[in-house]
Design a protein around this ligand. Structure first.
Ligand code: PEP
Ligand code: MG
Length: 567
């Protein structure tokens, strides 16, 4: 059995299709320029046709925006600059076309990669992808065509490129790759196609060959090659249970999130951009509880302009069709960098110059985002929240800038919605402790447990060495959450949670009992959470939550919760 990272949930048992890309060996040879150029032109024309063909087959399964990778490749293949550089080299050196292609491609890739910017690194991947095809066509090598798979298969590969994943058809029941993480391109694509995927699984390529049977458990990250009969049965049973549960949960898509005794809460989704909106709606999300806008900035090679941001926010607000959208203003710093902005060097960036601290200093950046948000506000139900608020003054200063921006737009004759709620993340213990005071000024709270836990326990959320201290169920953390919710309610405000804890089936009963009003999580967790909410009594959970607050350890809390509600 091999172990990797479960990147897209599900379980499958099927035959292995090992993706073996041809090995390209390039040697420099002398050639007659006119003949080599003719060979090159023919190979380039075939490359363009191949990409068009793959795009056409992929279009049966993928959405327009997911086909963009092929448009980028076609643009690259049709780029006169690429062809003219290669031809110039063939003429200057009287060398073979494949050598010239390889040399020009390598220098282009090196140039893009040296730019230290995500956008250009992606371009480097495009050049590699397209010129690899080109070299194979020059050498007469065949690239495997994944769209031709016609029996149930699990793909095994070192990694899957964007164009590989875009070719997966309905016979692909999952994939396992040597490299990659939860947020790698292949993992994101697997989630979007809803196929099980285990990535970052060292040794998987050598462990199997095409035709072997594989059990892929993308709930636990386990991969078994040629399992015995009993093991196959066990995984098939697990696959059935998972598929059945998924199907059963679907009936809850349009239901309210209400307890047996009539207490209603809101279950929302966390998003990184417009592409995630469909997932939230499909999974019955009642709103967006966290739009992490930093992705807009991280995916760009410059600070996104007011118009660029306006379009992005408008698209999300319209996409959510009037449902509430909580947009978090720029939360950059810590582990999140921008290629085009120099952060000060600090010993502890997580405790340093980041998020609202930066926005209150770099007010131009902050005002641009707030202007874009206010302009977009008329296209839906917008809530704005500020990240990493530690003091009441920070919140009031940020709110004052918002008020000023809003007044400025209105004076310019621009329409701004009059029902925008302005709240804050509670992710610093100081804010959780003083929640009743903050609630006088903030319209709502959203508890960011990912950070709240790391700051409460003084345990870096990225460090595996102190991961045992990452304890959502520690009574100290629960008391901070309880105090935050109580503080909000004392001023008639609502409290949500958008940290990962909100989607944990064991946490939902406690949070419900503490009076949490809104739970925001990954889209795929929403229906399960709704099932849990519907199975519980609010009155009983209130008692359960109070008991949890009086425990000594997280183990005691978990034991108590599972004994009472059995998840
Ligand atoms: C959090 O801290 O819980 C949170 C939701 O924000 P992020 O994970 O983006 O820091
Ligand atoms: Mg946070």
């Amino acid at each position: 059995m091999l172990k990797g990272i479960a990147a897209s949930a599900g379980v499958s048992v099927a035959k292995v299709y090992k993706l073996e890309t041809p090995t390209v060996v390039i040697e420099k040879k002398s050639g007659v320029p006119a003949e080599e150029i003719e060979k090159f032109d023919a190979a380039l024309a075939k490359t363009v046709k191949d990409i068009e063909g793959v795009k056409e087959r992929a279009a049966k399964r993928l959405k327009e925006e997911e086909l963009a990778v092929f448009d980028a490749h076609l643009m690259m293949a049709n780029d006169p600059e690429l062809a003219s550089q290669i031809k110039a080299m063939i003429e200057a050196e009287s060398c073979n076309a494949e050598y010239a292609t390889d040399t020009v491609a390598n220098s282009m890739v090196a140039m893009f990669e040296s730019m230290d910017n995500d956008y250009f690194r992606e371009r480097a991947a495009d050049v590699k992808d397209v010129t690899f095809r080109l070299k194979c066509n020059l050498l007469g090598l065949t690239i495997p065509d994944l769209t031709a798979i016609d029996e149930d298969s699990i793909i095994v590969a070192h990694d899957l490129t964007p164009s590989d994943t875009a070719q997966l058809n309905e016979f692909v029941k999952g994939f396992a790759t040597e490299i990659g993480g939860k947020t790698s391109h292949s993992a994101i694509m697997a989630n979007s196609l809803e196929i099980p995927a285990v990535v970052g699984c060292p040794g998987v390529v050598d462990a199997c060959k095409t035709g072997d049977v594989m059990a892929l458990d993308a709930l636990s990250g386990e991969v078994v090659v040629n399992p015995d009969e009993d093991t196959v049965k066990a995984y098939q049973a697990k696959a059935e249970v998972y598929a059945k549960e998924k199907e059963e949960l679907k009936v809850l898509v349009n239901e309210k999130s209400v307890t047996k005794d009539g207490h209603e809460v809101e279950l929302a989704g966390n998003i990184g951009g417009f592409k995630d909106v469909e997932g939230v709606l499909k999974n019955g999300g009642e709103g967006v509880g966290l739009f992490r806008t930093e992705f807009l900035y991280m995916d760009s090679d410059h600070f996104p302009t007011e118009d660029e941001q306006f379009e992005a926010y408008k698209q999300v607000l319209e996409g959510m069709k009037g449902k509430k959208v909580v947009v978090r203003t720029l939360d950059i710093g810590g582990d999140k960098h921008l290629d085009y902005y120099e952060f000060p060097k600090e010993m502890n960036p997580f405790l340093g110059y980041r998020a609202i601290r930066l926005c209150l200093k770099e007010t131009d950046i902050f005002r641009t985002q707030l202007r874009a948000l206010c302009r977009a506000s008329v296209y839906g139900k917008l809530c704005i929240m500020f990240p990493m608020i530690a003091t009441v003054k920070e919140f009031c200063d940020a709110k004052a800038i918002y008020e000023d921006v809003k007044a400025e737009l209105i004076a310019e004759g621009v329409a701004v919605a009059d029902n925008i709620e302005v709240g804050m993340m509670v992710e610093i213990p100081a804010a959780a402790v003083l929640a009743d005071q903050f609630a006088k000024y903030a319209d709502f709270f959203s508890i960011g447990t990912n950070d709240l836990i790391q700051y409460s326990m003084a345990a870096d959320r990225m460090s595996e060495h102190v991961s045992y201290l990452y304890q959502p169920y520690n009574p100290s953390v629960l008391r901070l959450i309880a105090n935050t919710i109580k503080g909000a309610h004392s001023q008639g405000k609502w409290a949500g949670m958008c940290g990962a804890m909100a989607g944990e089936p064991n946490a939902v009963p406690i949070l419900l009992g503490l009076g949490l009003d809104e739970f925001s999580m990954s889209a795929t967790q929403i229906l399960k959470a709704r099932k849990v909410v519907k199975s519980l009594s609010y009155a009983e959970m209130q008692e359960l939550a109070q008991e949890c607050l009086n425990k000594e350890t997280m183990e005691e809390v978990l034991e108590y919760v599972t004994s009472k509600v059995g998840e």
